[in-house]
Ligand binder design. Structure first.
Ligand SMILES: [Zn+2]
Length: 82
């Protein structure tokens, strides 16, 4: 009876390891809870950054995401010139 329990636990452990390995290959950015790490583009330097790492800024009612404070300030300065 104890042996069966050990086998079941081992099978479950293996299943989790295999699932995690397969998951990391097919979707490296997919979180365990199913949340996808969305990529956003910095309008200043055109770099793509993960949304959660980006600096969010609302300018004239439009959302913008920046990789750094420098880009944010440059973008605001340039948008004011228009
Ligand atoms: Zn940038």
């Amino acid at each position: 009876m104890v042996r069966l329990l050990v086998i079941v636990l081992l099978a479950f452990f293996l299943y989790r390891v295999v699932r995690r390995a397969l998951g990391s290959i097919s979707a490296p950015r997919r979180e365990p809870d199913g949340v996808i790490d969305e990529m956003v583009q910095d309008p200043q330097c055109k770099t793509y950054i993960p949304k959660r790492d980006a600096r969010r800024k609302v300018i004239d009612g439009a959302e913008h995401y920046f990789c750094s404070r420098e880009c944010e300030e440059k973008f605001i300065a340039e948008s004011k010139e228009d």
